[in-house]
Write a protein that binds this ligand. Structure first.
Ligand SMILES: Cc1cc2nc3c(=O)[nH]c(=O)nc-3n(C[C@H](O)[C@H](O)[C@H](O)COP(=O)(O)OP(=O)(O)OC[C@H]3O[C@@H](n4cnc5c(N)ncnc54)[C@H](O)[C@@H]3O)c2cc1C
Length: 162
């Protein structure tokens, strides 16, 4: 296996930290679970000089779900989404879909934001197929958000999902 090249790691503690770090390091990548990004760095597919770890940002770790609305932070783990009591109660299909993604290890590490933004080589760099079924069926909001992150393998992520 290839060795990881050197990069700097910024541990963000708040959304302000993330935004400041992105402004200071425009060629950086946001780090969720690293299940896709770290593999791509190791393989030399991308080489961000700085990774911004968003896993300790409280605003991005929260899930709010009731009968009226569902809000999922971008750094919520897929396994957390699948098991969240209010999500399973009010939005069982969302919980079920999250529980079908990959295997337990990847669901324990992988985040919702990373899942929406990971580089999928299987379909030529188009946004991944995940909780929503097909790109055509996704909402206008989803497409706006996806435009912020879904990128060809060589391009950097332009801004954090939150
Ligand atoms: C064996 C295997 C099976 C899989 N099966 C499935 C499957 O069935 N269905 C499916 O949908 N996926 C599948 N995947 C993909 C998996 O879901 C992704 O690897 C994972 O969700 C990525 O999340 P992560 O948090 O690890 O992202 P990372 O690897 O940390 O990041 C991925 C990308 O997203 C960006 N990013 C991360 N967080 C944010 C954020 N908050 N805002 C903006 N950009 C961000 C990163 O900069 C990077 O470009 C599979 C992967 C593997 C290895």
């Amino acid at each position: 296996m290839d060795a990881l090249p050197e990069f700097a790691l910024v541990r963000a503690r708040s959304l302000d930290d993330v935004i400041r770090a992105r402004a200071n390091h425009p060629a950086s990548s946001l780090l969720g679970g690293g299940t896709d990004l770290v593999v791509n760095i190791r393989r030399g597919i991308v080489a961000p000089p700085v990774l911004i770890d968003v896993n300790h940002v409280a605003e991005l770790r929260a899930i709010r779900a009731d009968a009226r609305s569902l809000a999922i932070g971008a750094a919520v783990k897929l396994a957390e989404l699948a098991a969240h009591p209010d999500v399973t109660r009010h939005y069982p299909v969302v919980a079920q879909a999250a529980g079908f993604i990959a295997g337990p290890t990847h669901r324990n590490m992988g985040t919702v934001g990373g899942n929406l933004c990971f580089i999928t080589r299987a379909n030529g760099g188009a946004p991944p197929t995940t909780i929503a079924s097909r790109p055509r069926a996704r909402s206008a909001t989803w497409r706006r958000r996806a435009a912020a992150c879904a990128s060809p393998p060589s391009a950097a992520i332009s801004r954090p999902l939150c």
